[in-house]
Design a protein around this ligand. Structure first.
Ligand code: ZN
Length: 222
């Protein structure tokens, strides 16, 4: 009986330590570095931001000084040889459209299909606070027969300030950098990571961010 009591006390003690340890860890882990929106309440799975909330976020970025040190990125980099062709497989109808390296803009198209598009889909789906998707239909010869100069289209659905109000905003000609900018804005970053890890102040990209989110390129001066 005596051992039973000691055992019970020990088990309880371990439980309490584990609980408080875990709790402290979660608290410490929730403070990301170099974020612009420390003061803003965290929105977790609370749905997309309204137009007003988006405007506030853009204004906050415009008013926050950029980080003092920015990475200049990797100095030497040997790009991998792209494959001669790449297939676009349409997620809607499963048909394949082949793109060739020899075609006009072939190099950037193959780079996009091979490396960037999968990452862009994933990054966009992980942005918290924005309802956004890619319209890839221009790349598919079945969805868009005879399409010249196919481009990616960003589709952002913005809730209005009144309940139930929704507005769709489309931007044609979306690039990898654009998705990166959105990811950084919604993660509260102050720096944009460009090619080869070279950083620039995120606020320098505000006109493009505003355009992507359906605002006029310049904020109105009050
Ligand atoms: Zn298709």
């Amino acid at each position: 009986m005596y051992y039973l009591v000691i055992g019970l006390v020990l088990a309880l003690g371990v439980g309490v330590v584990a609980l408080s340890g875990g709790w402290l860890k979660t608290r410490a882990g929730s403070a990301p570095e170099r974020t612009a929106v420390q003061e803003a309440p965290l929105r977790l799975a609370a749905g997309p931001l309204s137009r007003t909330e988006l405007e506030q976020r853009l204004t906050r970025l415009a008013e926050t000084p950029p980080p003092e040190t920015l990475s200049t990125g990797a100095k030497c980099y040997k790009p991998a040889m792209p494959p001669k062709t790449a297939d676009y497989v349409c997620p809607k109808d499963g048909s394949r459209t082949q793109y060739s390296l020899e075609a006009e803009d072939g190099h950037s198209m193959i780079k996009l299909l091979q490396f960037q598009l999968p990452a862009m889909r994933r990054m966009l789906s992980e942005v918290v606070g924005l309802e956004a998707r890619l319209d890839e239909s221009e790349f598919c010869k079945k969805c868009n027969p005879g399409r010249k100069d196919p481009q990616l289209v960003l589709v952002v659905t913005l809730p209005g300030d009144k309940p139930g109000q929704r507005k769709e905003h489309r931007v044609r000609g979306l690039g990898f950098e654009d998705v990166k900018l959105l990811q950084e804005l919604f993660a509260g970053k102050l720096a944009h990571e460009g090619d080869y890890g070279r950083e620039t102040p995120l606020k320098d990209h505000l006109p493009r961010l505003r355009e992507l989110l359906g605002f006029e390129p310049q904020a109105k001066q009050l």
